[in-house]
Design a protein around this ligand. Structure first.
Ligand SMILES: *[C@@H]1O[C@H](CO)[C@@H](O)[C@H](O)[C@H]1NC(C)=O
Ligand SMILES: *[C@@H]1O[C@H](CO)[C@@H](O)[C@H](O)[C@H]1NC(C)=O
Length: 191
């Protein structure tokens, strides 16, 4: 019995060693892919890790060296994993006369967002580049000004301004046309 057992030992041991070697191999391979939390890309036949949000690629990986990712510089950002060699410049809300203000500030991993200043509305429904002051109503507001729509004033106000405009234009025209006639008529009737 004893001799039979010891003769079996080497082959059994060999299998255990092989299996454990393989599992060591597997775990180290898994370990490498797990290090690439943001995914991978190919560079000159080598699989490299993508750079995460908030960083940019400083150097590609090689067969012997891991790649290098560096934090985005001031006023730049990257919001998704990538392998670009720079970050995107942050959106600015401070263009002159644009009437915009920053409502979401820029970080390394997120762009800034702009919204219209108070009492201003944007003409476009997508990214706003320019905001206009909301119309002020003298009579009353029918629909309040929103971020995308101008104020709608009550009908009365608009009717009033139209009548005023018609009167304002008609009276001078009538006076200009009738003035000379009246003048000559007065001169004729006077002895
Ligand atoms: C900031 O403004 C934009 C529109 O310009 C809007 O889509 C976004 O929801 C706003 N975010 C916050 C946090 O107010
Ligand atoms: C803005 O006005 C348009 C029509 O001019 C309308 O279809 C839209 O619903 C309005 N949006 C808001 C937010 O009031």
């Amino acid at each position: 019995m004893k001799t039979a057992d010891s003769s079996k030992f080497p082959s059994w041991f060999f299998i255990v060693v092989l299996v454990s070697l393989r599992s060591v191999d597997l775990s180290s391979a898994l370990g490498e892919t797990q290090q690439c939390v943001d995914g991978t890309y190919e560079h000159e036949g080598v699989t490299c890790c993508l750079c995460g949000a908030g960083t940019y690629l400083e150097s590609h990986c090689t067969t012997t060296q891991p790649g290098k990712c560096t934090s985005c510089r001031e006023r730049t950002y990257s919001s998704h994993p990538h392998n670009q060699e720079s970050c995107e410049p942050c959106t600015s809300c401070s263009h002159r006369n644009a009437n915009l203000e920053e409502n979401v500030s820029c970080t390394r991993a997120r762009d800034a967002m702009c919204q219209c200043k108070k009492d201003h509305f944007c003409s476009s429904k997508e990214t706003c580049i320019l905001c206009y002051p909301c119309k002020e109503c003298t009579e009353g507001v029918k629909v309040s000004c929103t971020a995308t729509n101008n104020t709608v004033c009550s009908e009365k106000t608009e009717g009033g301004t139209n009548t005023g405009l018609i009167v304002g234009l008609t009276v001078p025209i009538v006076l200009i046309l009738l003035g000379p006639l009246v003048f000559f008529w007065i001169r004729k009737t006077q002895p």
